[in-house]
Structure formats: structure tokens, C-alpha cells
Design a protein around this ligand. Structure first.
Ligand SMILES: [Zn+2]
Length: 291
């Protein structure tokens, strides 16, 4: 499926963006076959940049082995893109333990083309890319990256005790609601996020999708997107915002692409086949693939 949404910018001013082709995928959860396909697709489609939107690491019984996946697999994966001069921007997601963020940085840093974009900005070919990987709280125990959406956020019913990762193992949070209220909200995190110079040529990568656009549709019906992200995008109007997190959304009656004013928002989902979107950033042309 191919869609085209030209970006007019404020007052229909002339768009000076230069050619750039991006492959966006998300929620690979350590699936080596999909990582292999990602590299082949990047080569086949001759993209300038790959964006890996989070939940990069294996999600199984022992999450504390995720560090080994970074050193034993991702290091080699990153080196292939670096050798081929393909930019690779990534962000850990809510299922990627926060204790391995430094290891991910240390693994990316030797490669000039590879960047952990979480809460950071990079500029490539005139476009500014900004990452934000905090997520709105959910019913599941792992709370490393969970935040209240806004100050008046109503918690969902919880499935079991809340935990966060530490280098010594899990730490249980006895009163998660009280603890979460001491943390910045998603709205606060967006407020303090690094700002771009030119919104019309800015691309946000946020693991969490916005509410209200059909990009956050769970299998059993509820929509769980972020009001704070929706409000932020509606107000700031970047060129593009790229999301993940709700793998099944496009198949659960949701959309994989939506417009919010002059901003195009994409959430490709991640299904059994390797799922990705090719983006022509100048033409604002989008093609979703299930490969
Ligand atoms: Zn995921």
C-alpha cells in the first residue's frame, strides 16, 4: 500500500527538503531472522537510513540476558550498516531493560553511522531526528520506562507487582501508583526534550503512539495511546512522527498511517512477517511492507 502526503508547512511555504529514503521498523524483540531481513531490505531498497523504533532486545524468561544480545548480536548487526554507510538510529523500548542503556551506548558509539537516539537529536541531510522512549503506564509488571501520561492520568488495573531492573536483579515497587507520581509525566518528558531548529524538517521517533489517530488499537478493543504525545504533535507540527509499541494495532481495526494537521504519523505495527515502512522524506511517500 502506497500513500503520499506532501508536507506544506506553515503558510504553504516552499519545502527545501532534500532527497532521503528511510526504512522504519519497530518492535523486533530480538528476532534474528527479522534483523537479517532488515539488513537485506535496507540494501535492496538502497535506503539512506534505518530507524529501529524500540523493543529491540529478546523478550523471554530471562530479560537479564538482553545484554548478551547487544554484545553478541547487535554489535555485528550495527557494524554491517556502518560499513555500508547506512545511518542506523535506534531507541530501546519498554521491554528493553534500562540497566543495559549504557551498554547499548557503548556498542553504538564506535560506529559513526549508528546512534542510540533516546532523548537525543541528530541531524542527517538537513533533517533533524529526535528520540523519546518513555511510555505511558500499562498493566504489566516491568516499569523501567513507564510514566503517567499527564498529571491527571488514571492508572489501569495492574497484573501483579510492579518491578524495575537493577544490576542486582528485580526491585519490587510496593506502591507503584505512589512511586509513579514522583516521576516526571510523559508531558513533562516532552517539555524537557531537546528542541529542533526547524519543525518542518523534523522527524520524531517515539516508541509510544499518540491517542485518537487509530495507531494505538489493542487486540481486544481498548485504545491506549498517549494524550500528551497527541497534544505535543498537534501543537508543534513536525514533518513526521514514527511510533511502535502496539504490534497488532494496524490489524485490530487501527491504521498504520494518520494525519494530525500537517504532521504525518506512522505506526507500522509488527506482525509475524517482518513489517516495515519505506519513507521517501522529500516526496512524503510511504509504503508499508509485510515481508
Ligand atoms: Zn514491543
Amino acid at each position: 500500500m502506497s500513500l503520499c502526503f506532501p508536507h506544506n508547512g506553515k503558510n504553504n511555504r516552499i519545502d527545501h527538503a532534500i532527497e532521503m529514503k528511510i526504512l522504519f521498523t519497530t518492535d523486533l524483540h530480538g528476532n534474528k531472522e527479522k534483523y537479517g531481513r532488515l539488513f537485506l531490505a535496507a540494501k535492496t531498497h538502497k535506503v539512506d537510513a534505518v530507524i529501529n523504533g524500540g523493543d529491540m532486545l529478546p523478550f523471554g524468561k530471562n530479560l537479564f540476558s538482553q545484554g548478551r544480545f547487544i554484545t553478541d548480536y547487535l554489535n555485528g548487526h550495527f557494524s554491517k550498516f556502518n560499513d555500508d554507510k547506512i545511518h542506523y538510529l535506534c531507541c530501546p523500548g519498554n521491554d528493553d531493560l534500562i540497566i543495559f542503556d549504557d551498554l547499548l551506548d557503548d556498542t553504538c558509539n564506535p560506529y559513526p553511522y549508528v546512534v542510540n537516539l533516546a532523548q537525543r537529536k541528530v541531524k542527517i541531510s538537513g533533517f533533524e531526528f529526535i528520540g523519546m522512549n518513555w511510555v505511558v503506564d500499562y498493566p504489566f509488571p516491568l516499569k523501567d520506562r513507564c510514566r503517567m501520561d499527564t498529571a491527571d492520568y488514571q492508572f489501569q488495573e495492574q497484573y501483579g507487582a510492579a518491578v524495575i531492573s537493577t544490576p542486582d536483579g528485580w526491585k519490587e515497587i510496593a506502591d507503584w501508583h505512589a512511586y509513579a507520581k514522583t516521576l516526571p509525566t510523559i508531558a513533562d518528558e516532552l517539555d524537557r526534550l531537546v528542541r529542533p531548529e526547524n519543525m518542518a524538517e523534523t522527524i520524531y521517533i517515539m516508541h509510544m503512539p499518540p491517542v485518537n489517530l487509530g495507531l494505538d488499537q489493542c487486540r481486544h478493543g481498548p485504545t491506549v495511546g498517549s494524550k500528551a504525545i497527541f497534544n505535543f504533535l498537534r501543537t508543534t507540527q513536525p514533518r513526521l512522527s514514527l511510533h511502535g509499541h502496539i504490534h497488532e494495532s494496524p490489524e485490530s481495526g487501527g491504521n498504520w498511517i494518520a494525519r494530525l494537521g500537517d504532521t504525518t504519523c506512522i505506526q507500522p505495527g509488527q506482525l509475524e512477517p517482518f513489517t516495515f515502512v519505506l519513507i521517501d522524506v522529500k516526496k512524503m511517500k510511504f509504503d508499508r511492507y509485510l515481508a
